[in-house]
Design a protein around this ligand. Sequence first.
Ligand code: NAD
Ligand code: ZN
Ligand code: ZN
Length: 348
Amino acid sequence: MKAVQLPNWKSEPRLIEVPDPTPGPGQVVLKIAGAGLCHSDMHLLHDFEEGMLPWHVPFILGHENAGYVHAVGEGVTSVSIGQPVAVYGPWGCGRCEACGRGQDTYCIDPLGGYDKAFGGGLGTDGGQAEYMLVPDARSLVPIPEGMDPVAAAPLTDAGLTPYHAIALSRSKMVPGSNVVVIGAGGLGHMGIQIIKATTAANVVAVDVKPAARELAAKSGADTVLDGSAEDIVAQIKDATGGGAEVVIDFVGIDSTMATAVGSCKYQSDMTLVGVGGGSFPFNLYAPPYETAMRSIYWGTRKELAEVLNLAARGLITPEYTTYSLDNALDAYAAMAAGELTGRAVITP
Ligand code: NAD
Ligand code: ZN
Ligand code: ZN
């Protein structure tokens, strides 16, 4: 089969030919319908050297996957051949406390023997290929009837990750409250839609790219601001009546974290999602008193089912461009050039 492989750290992906996977006991092989391209794939290509992550190259990229059950190994009874399923991406042991609550991201003993949460496309072969091996059928979530599995693919990360960030702060997203979303790309535009679909909060979206600002408005943001404006914090304070209850930073560089801190009011939640590598000085006066700060990693299996439910009912709709497997490297080039709006989904 054809697949998009990360051949080495600090290298570009390449299209290769590899043998089709076959399922062992408890395992499932999917025929991929859609495999999303995440900005984290850009970080994977460029930011790491051997030893910095607990994973080894080469592996097939693609950690946002959905498709049809193609073959099952001995003992698999929870799915049937041809069934459309989404892949819950982080693959844990299934037995520890974190896995028990469906949060494999924080498993103490991830599958594959790595010492940090991993999954297809993150240390082992992912879904940017014709077929994908899923090592445990428990990682599959049924796609609701009538929903296109191609659209389900970006929901497994670009939908799930903002959903988790929002779920942790939903008690603060009451009518009249303000949420600032920084970065309206693949994750951010889904985040805006999820806030609008599940809360009555006012959303202020910030992006430096005109096309992303248009997508933010289309996604339901009440106010959309240009993040490159020098007085962006003052504009956010103005739009939120003095500061937001919740700020979610989907970029995570020094300047967006400074904007995020500046946008908080007392007792806000500030959540960092972006892998931009930025930081900011924390002291008693910044951010405002009793602001809670957290980083997050992906979401839970139950939350993925909830995201799929929202999409199946038409309450959220991912915006994406499709690329064939033969043109997959064009999708990487478009992402590197900042030319994508919403998601790119590879559809073998
Ligand atoms: P994306 O490229 O689709 O979107 C990023 C958006 O941020 C773009 O619209 C871009 O114009 C905007 N942006 C860039 N610089 C900005 C600035 N200074 N101010 C305002 N907006 C700015 O990326 P994505 O796939 O949505 O991923 C977003 C980030 O989240 C990435 O860093 C990715 O690695 C990370 N991520 C984290 C998790 C997690 O679990 N923590 C999961 C998935 C992705
Ligand atoms: Zn991702
Ligand atoms: Zn576990």
